[in-house]
Write a protein that binds this ligand. Structure first.
Ligand code: GLC
Length: 508
């Protein structure tokens, strides 16, 4: 089996840098590139949104076009190809569905996404590529698993394809009225499909994939367990418990080239490589472990305080490298635990800290953060927008970052933060639990701080604990920052796990 080439069609509705609304975009824009490097023939397939910039469009070439049947409709679909970082990306063109100013949130999402899911499979018939695995991500691709088995079972190029369905966030499932099943999917009268798709009188796209996929994965081992329980499963625990034996969690990673403190152009000051005069005076093997650690901590603290002072000046905060900077870089939604933060913010701001926010989302949170920024002008900076370059400056400059989510399938910001030696404060759930090892005061081991219950004062006490180390036991705090920096979240590791999964699936 080893020599049978793994060929994967990787479907995601968004992929960075072409279009990104959340973590799915980050993962779909980097995991395939790591898999390709490891020898997998992987190709990404996504919509050709009108917002994709000309920088990429100009380099695309058209491969073919055809029509996609959707019940009584026959809808045009063109395929464009672009090679990005040595990996093939296919873009599905249909202006009626994808010439919109954003990816989601339209009255006809049920139809747009059914079109995309069907077009993925129709593409296989027209491409000079025969995947043995179709890797589907989130509810936007879920119907592909259903269509593949129910409508393309007899088609040569399709009947041996295995499907992997990855849940990035179970909160979003794609539930629509039964009309969508009857009028759009073309599955009307197919009672087997109907019974696997219906839930409480509505059609649920994700439920379909969970019933039809050959393997189900999610983005952390802890979330894989959590979603089999009623609180986290959002109504899907029955099917997940039933299919537990094919469900697993693979922790996401991050793109170590994109986030590289040594080389980033976006941070003010880069992290310096190992100090020259240690290596000049001695052979690298003669340097003691203690000397290396001391040098590393010194380089990290210099990197952070130099960045911090530049950012403080840019954001209009007091310029002082010795004030603890706490940040929040997040979509501003309920999921992210923002109710906890707004509840304790007034109390938190009585400490000697600066608080920097970056992100967009629900108006109630945007308003709350703006209000605090007005009230505490030199302490709080609310940046209610998203800007990748500013995010890197904040990661590089902060001492602590908060991710106190209500639920968190994986979470990427705690990992990015650690790459810039920033300590995360997280709630012990999902991928946060799997990536953050809370500070242990007896061993001094840890790469962050965590708390268990969804309780605002538990968060506040955890912040106080971190602040007391920052101000009174700086050596320990700096050592923790180094441990965070040393934790490996390179996507390479997750890619290996996916390859194992693909290989197992091909043996079945
Ligand atoms: C979703 C989840 C987030 C995860 C990301 C990528 O955005 O909410 O936890 O990190 O997908 O898998």
């Amino acid at each position: 089996m080893q020599n049978k080439k793994i060929k994967v069609l990787f479907a995601a509705f968004e992929a960075s840098p072409f279009i990104k609304t959340g973590g799915l975009g980050d993962v779909a824009g980097s995991l395939p590139i790591y898999l390709k490097k490891d020898g997998v023939d992987i190709r990404v397939i996504m919509p050709l949104f009108s917002s994709i910039s000309n920088e990429y469009r100009d380099k695309m070439t058209k491969i073919c076009d055809f029509y996609v049947p959707l019940a009584w409709r026959n809808m045009y679909c063109g395929i464009y190809k672009l090679i990005y970082k040595n990996t093939i990306f296919y873009f599905l063109d249909n202006e009626y569905y994808f010439k919109r100013d954003k990816a989601y949130g339209f009255f006809d999402d049920g139809e747009r996404i059914a079109f995309y899911s069907k077009a993925i499979i129709e593409s296989i018939l027209h491409l000079n590529f025969s995947p043995n695995i179709m890797h589907l991500n989130d509810w936007h691709t879920a119907l592909s698993a259903v269509f593949l088995r129910e409508m393309y079972r007899e088609v040569d190029k399709c009947n041996n394809i295995k499907t992997v369905f990855t849940i990035h966030n179970i909160k979003f499932q794609g539930m629509f009225s039964k009309y969508v099943l009857d009028d759009i999917t073309g599955l009307k009268g197919n009672f087997a499909a109907e019974s696997q798709l219906m839930q409480s009188g509505a059609i649920n796209y994700m439920r379909g994939a969970l019933n039809y996929a050959d393997r189900i994965t999610t983005v952390s081992p802890t979330y894989a367990k959590e979603i089999c329980t009623p609180f986290f499963s959002e109504g899907l625990e029955d099917v997940l418990c039933r299919r537990k034996n094919i469900l697993s969690g693979i922790l996401n990673g991050i793109d170590y080239e994109k986030y590289n403190p040594y080389k980033d152009n976006e941070v003010y000051v880069n992290l310096k490589p190992i100090t020259k005069n240690i290596t000049k005076e001695k052979d690298i093997n003669e340097i003691t472990k203690e000397e290396l650690i001391e040098d590393k901590i010194k380089r990290i603290t210099t990197f952070k305080s130099n960045n911090k002072m530049c950012l403080q000046a840019d954001l209009g905060l007091d310029v002082d490298p010795n004030i603890c900077m706490i940040s929040l870089i997040s979509r501003l939604t309920d999921q992210k635990g923002l109710d906890l933060i707004t509840y304790i913010l007034e109390e938190m701001l009585q400490y000697k800290i600066q608080f920097v926010i970056l992100g967009l989302g629900d108006k109630k949170y945007e308003d709350a953060f703006n209000k605090f920024a007005n009230q505490y002008k030199n302490k709080v900076s609310a940046n209610i927008f998203f800007d990748e370059s500013l995010s890197k400056k904040i990661y590089a400059s902060s001492d602590l970052i908060m991710v106190p989510s209500l639920f968190e399938p994986c979470g990427l910001s705690q990992m990015i933060a650690m790459r810039y030696a920033t300590l995360p404060i997280v709630r012990e759930i999902g991928g946060l639990k799997d990536s953050v090892n809370s500070y242990n005061k007896y061993t001094n081991i840890g790469n962050g701080f965590s708390f268990v219950n969804y309780n605002a004062h538990e968060l506040l006490f955890t912040i106080q604990n971190a602040l007391s180390l920052y101000y009174d036991k700086k050596e320990i705090f700096n050592n923790l920052s180094m441990q965070a920096f040393d934790t490996n979240f390179n996507f390479e590791e997750s890619a290996k796990e996916y390859i194992k999964l693909y290989s197992q699936l091909m043996e079945v």
